[in-house]
Design a protein around this ligand. Structure first.
Ligand code: G6P
Length: 612
């Protein structure tokens, strides 16, 4: 949450920072601001998206080759101009941007107020810049030393960048529990929440570690020190990220592009891990730890949001195919409920961003108990990827739409491969079923292409139900998590209240809500529960609900009773979510567009939730 970007080099900083902020807007879009250093500090900040800031600063002096910028997702203090970052010190000489939360800000604020500091905003961040100012002046310190001392007093999470009018050729950045990447160009440096603002200029980066402070000085080699002042060795990584991956590529929205990329991204998730001709699956990250997996007492999956739905799918898979007791936990609950974790447990963390604060904290707790930590992560080099003992990248490429789509189906793919690999090694699936599933999985990308061809039909259905105030999503077995995910997609981007339920549970509550205005989306592709789902549809129709059924191609029975049917290619039941989730993404997308919603940046949400 919150995106930060900073520049020091020979170019004008403002356009680089604005472009970077646009790329980071997925992290929050409540307000945006910049500070530029050109003799003195010029700060412009504005409530709303980056474009509001651009309009606001249009006729102002934007010169300067050093600068910092911020796009905010509000935590402390409402989204307005005053609470927008950067925040400046009392004397106006130091400016700071921050992603995270300073938990002890109230105590610090009181102490600083006693020393005469006056605050303009309601943010925790402003306290930090005053604290830095206090150390700088009191002890006559260079800015990086003042930052180090201030951070030593701060409790909480931060990624910050600081500039100081008295030392105009310096950028100081630091992080703890919030991400920060240093980009190293030719005589120019970048600091940002992720590599997307940097990649246009350089692919040479360093991911800062917790409690590291980087000092960049024009014309000198940068240094990285820990908060207790130990000089750190550093290793520059070369990123393999292309600029086109960060563009819309002709689509109206990132979300639509990402939905349509799924034949490729699912194939990427399988690449090198599945060979249908030779009939094998092998997930690299698991091999070294295969015995730990096979002998695990339990697999515990931890995640948040859409990733939690993928985790729930994995519970069905791992128990069905690999016969390993599996539990699924919301990371935020798990970390605080004193759970029993043993060293024979395997903890799998699922995360698109690899930065979700609750998931990271839950992993930290599990590590202390000696469990094996496995990460299924999309963003290469992210905190969760680095913190876990081992893991697999999902290889879906950058996902920019706030509502997750391609990252989700890539998670499902990797989890399926893991379950197949495990089931085969453990001997819990027959050779013939193993091979059948491999062949079926191999054909999924082509089948996704066929589902995507239904987009216009789904758009017509969207037109029929776009004014609904509520919607219900039903699924059974492997498709229950998909019903939850379908409902989440709709509420995230169209603001229609939607709930997902196991189809049979409908009778225990939601049925009371059904009337002629209630769309009920039913995933009815499961072969094993088909007749039961048909009964559920009858129950909805008997109460005049509008049934939209996702069925397998050639289905006749449901077609006769449902109001709308969306026919998708048949596949093996455990793999059906890889296809059934696609029409639900398209349905939510078309409804949101028709309702005039901001599909890529829905209100109040952020893509990467780096605060609790
Ligand atoms: C936010 C995003 C969701 C995402 C969730 C977990 O809420 O808006 O799309 O599913 O965080 O994020 P992660 O990066 O850990 O998968």
């Amino acid at each position: 949450m919150c995106g930060i970007v900073a520049y020091l080099g020979n170019k004008q900083a403002y356009p680089i920072i604005i472009e970077g902020l646009r790329r980071l807007e997925y992290r929050g879009y409540d307000s945006a601001g910049v500070s530029l250093l050109n003799g003195s500090i010029h700060t412009y900040k504005k409530k709303g998206k980056v474009q509001e800031l651009v309009n606001f600063a249009e006729n102002s002096d934007k010169n300067g080759t050093v600068g910092i910028g911020h796009t905010r997702w509000a935590t402390h203090g409402k989204p307005d101009d005053l609470n927008a970052h950067p925040h400046v010190s009392g004397d106006g000489k130091i400016s700071l941007i921050h992603n995270g939360i300073i938990e002890n800000y109230a105590v610090l604020k009181e102490a600083l107020a006693e020393l005469g500091h006056e605050f303009k905003s309601e943010t925790d961040t402003e306290i930090l810049v005053h604290l830095i100012e206090e150390y700088k002046k009191r002890d006559n310190l260079p800015i990086e030393e003042a930052v180090r001392k201030a951070l030593d007093k701060a409790v909480g999470a931060y990624a910050i960048v600081v500039i100081d009018e008295d030392e105009p050729d310096k950028l100081v950045g630091a992080r703890k529990s919030s991400p920060m990447v240093l980009g190293i160009g030719d005589d120019e440096y970048f600091l940002a929440s992720d590599a997307s603002p940097i990649i246009k200029y350089t692919n040479r980066v360093i991911y800062l570690k917790d409690e590291e402070i980087v000092t960049i000085k024009r014309g000198e080699e940068f240094t990285i020190r820990t908060i207790d002042n130990k000089l750190q060795e550093h290793k520059i990584q070369e990123l393999d990220l292309k600029l086109e991956e960060l563009e819309k590529g002709g689509y109206q929205h990132y979300m639509l592009k990402e939905i349509h990329q799924q034949p490729i991204t699912v194939a990427e998730s399988m690449k090198g891990r599945l060979n249908a001709d030779e009939g094998w699956v092998q997930v690299g990250g698991m091999q070294e730890y295969m015995n730990r997996f096979i002998n695990a007492d339990r697999i515990i999956l931890i995640a948040c949001g859409t990733s939690w739905h993928a985790a729930l799918y994995a519970e069905y898979l791992f128990e069905d195919l690999a016969r390993i007791p599996t539990e699924v936990e919301y990371a935020s609950e798990f970390r605080y409920r004193n759970p029993i974790i043993n060293k024979n447990d395997v903890i799998i963390a699922l995360s698109q961003s690899g930065e979700t604060a609750d998931t990271l904290a839950a992993l930290t707790m599990a590590k202390e108990k000696g469990a094996l930590l496995y990460g299924v992560v999309n963003v290469v080099g992210s905190s969760i990827a680095r913190f876990t003992d081992c893991g697999s990248y999902t290889h879906a490429g950058p996902e920019i739409g706030v509502a997750s789509t391609k990252a989700f189906t890539s998670q499902l793919t990797v989890l399926t491969l893991m379950a197949l690999n495990l089931g085969y090694k453990k001997g819990t699936i027959t050779e013939s079923y193993y091979r059948r599933l491999i062949v079926a999985l191999d054909s999924i990308p082509n089948k996704i292409t066929r589902v995507l061809a239904l987009s216009d039909q789904i758009k017509n259905i969207a037109a029929e139900i776009k004014n609904a105030q509520n919607a219900l999503y039903l699924g059974r077995g492997y498709n229950f998590p998909i019903a939850l995910e379908g409902a989440l997609k709709l509420k995230e981007i169209s603001y229609i209240h939607a709930e997902g339920y196991p189809a049979a549970e409908m009778k225990h509550g939601p049925i009371a809500l059904i009337d002629m205005y209630m769309p009920v989306v039913v995933i009815a592709t499961n072969i094993s529960a088909y007749e039961k789902v048909v009964s559920n549809i009858q129950e909805v129709k008997a109460r005049k609900g509008i049934v939209i059924a996702i069925v397998a191609e050639g289905d006749k029975q449901i077609k006769e009773i449902a109001d709308f049917t969306i026919e998708i290619p048949a596949t093996e039941e455990p793999l059906s979510p890889l296809l059934s989730s696609i029409p639900l993404q398209l349905l939510a997308y078309h409804i949101a567009v028709m309702r005039g919603c901001d599909v890529d940046q829905p209100r109040n949400l952020a893509k990467s939730v780096t605060v609790e």
